[in-house]
Design a protein around this ligand. Structure first.
Ligand code: SR1
Ligand code: MG
Length: 422
């Protein structure tokens, strides 16, 4: 396949013929015959696993529409371009944290990349199954600190960052999905919204009438849209991470763009808290107590690792034009540098709580729900888990400026979770 042919969606039947001469793929897996499976279970794209005599690879191809909804919702193929460019930047900034890239074809909107074979599993699935992954907090905390710091004006030459900002500014439609689906649609009766009904009808009406919440969601949207601080993953939830007991890889950064650091961190932590509130729906006879404790531990450790690594990078790699060393360390004023670092971390903390709170809401009230809750078959039980998560999300979003630390958040989560069914 050359990059010059017009776009055509691949299929299990056509892939071997169309990619049979692709040198990068043949070098990885050998020439055909190949075994091809389509395994995409996300909302947007086709994902194929291609196995040959000497290996396997993933072929991911964007479709010109939202797969979850169908061709009534067109979506540009260029998201594949942004995903490719995000992946190579993430690999450079946090080596070993993303799949290796073998080939990119812009016209066909496809990326050929490393197959993360079993026992790799999507993190969300592992958490639903009640598995404790020992390394995720460390690995994801490091990934976020390294990519968010190194993609910002704290680190990059400002000319390079501005060029990158311009490049990713064209990821308009994917940003648009987030702007609508995360920040606005959950708070009114948008067409594609759904929730567990009738169980949650009363609470949903209450939340949509909640002025403080609505204003806070729009303040957060304002920060999201107007604070082009760093290159974000843009969709860093537990379905965008693959794990084994020892390895963690971030995938699917097609929503990448320049936005606030706190967005990635908030979305990620929200997914751990949603997993926490969903455990009641997956347990038998109180068997998930240890899992609940583990998940709260993961949120605390992820944030601690993020803070620690971000602080190391601040002290050792602050080569950008922000908080320039000539004003601080070079004057012997280490204390002022540390004060500035505290201020930056505090801002990330305050904003991440807001982003986390509304991420919880959109996964329960909006279009794109989470398997954590969706796979709870008993609708009353599911609604009870969701109601607690909604209440938690509302509290951390609206009160984010007054919440001092992770202990306070996790104590609140524990108290809400232990309430009798809502
Ligand atoms: C229509 S896309 C819905 C969601 O799927 C992606 O994973 C993003 O989270 C997006 O919001
Ligand atoms: Mg995705």
């Amino acid at each position: 396949m050359t990059g010059k042919l017009p776009f055509e969606a691949l299929s299990v039947e056509t892939l071997a013929t169309r990619l049979g001469a692709n040198e990068a793929l043949c070098a990885r897996i050998g020439k055909g015959p190949w075994k091809v499976r389509e395994v995409g279970d996300g909302n947007l794209n086709l994902v194929f696993i291609v196995e040959g005599a000497s290996g396997a690879a993933v072929v991911k191809q964007a479709l010109p529409y939202v797969r979850l909804v169908g061709d009534s919702w067109p979506l540009p193929l260029k998201r594949s371009f942004f995903e490719y460019h995000a992946l190579i930047r993430q690999e450079a900034r946090a080596p070993g944290s993303v799949p290796a890239i073998y080939h990119f074809d812009e016209a066909q909107a496809l990326i050929i990349m490393e197959y993360l074979a079993p026992p790799h599993i999507i993190l969300r699935r592992a958490l639903i199954d009640g598995r404790h992954l020992p390394n995720i907090a460390r690995d994801i905390g490091l990934f976020m600190a390294r990519t968010l710091f190194r993609g910002s004006d704290l680190s990059m030459p400002t000319k390079d960052r501005k060029a990158d900002l311009a490049l990713f500014a064209d990821n308009v439609e994917l940003c648009g999905i987030t702007e609508d689906l995360v920040f606005s649609d959950p708070y009114f009766d948008a067409k594609l919204n759904r929730h567990t009904s009738p169980q949650l009808d009363g609470l949903v009406a209450e939340l949509r009438a909640d002025r403080d919440l609505k204003v806070e969601a729009q303040r957060l949207k304002h920060i999201f849209a107007a604070n082009a601080e760093t290159l974000l993953h843009g969709d860093l939830h537990s379905g965008s991470i693959m794990v084994t007991d020892t390895e963690t890889r971030m995938i699917d950064p097609e929503f990448a763009f320049y936005g606030p650091m706190a967005f990635d961190v908030g979305m990620l932590l929200a997914n751990f808290w949603m997993s926490y509130f969903s455990q009641r729906g997956h347990e038998q006879n109180g068997k998930r107590d240890a899992m609940r404790a583990y998940l709260l531990g993961v949120t605390a450790e992820t944030w601690a690792v993020f803070r620690a690594e971000f602080s190391v990078l601040w002290r050792t790699e602050r080569t950008g034009m922000l908080y320039q060393k000539s004003l601080f360390e070079d004057q012997g004023d280490i204390l002022a540098s540390e004060q500035a670092l505290d201020h930056v971390l505090h801002q990330i903390w305050t904003d991440l709580l807001g982003f986390a709170g509304i991420e919880v809401h959109r996964r329960i009230l909006g279009l794109a729900h989470n398997a954590d809750f969706e796979t709870i078959a008993d609708e009353d039980l599911r609604a009870s888990c969701e109601a607690k998560a909604l209440k938690f999300g509302r509290h951390i979003a609206v009160n984010r400026r007054q919440i001092l630390g992770m202990d306070e958040v996790n104590t609140l989560a524990t108290l809400i979770e232990r309430e009798r069914r809502i």
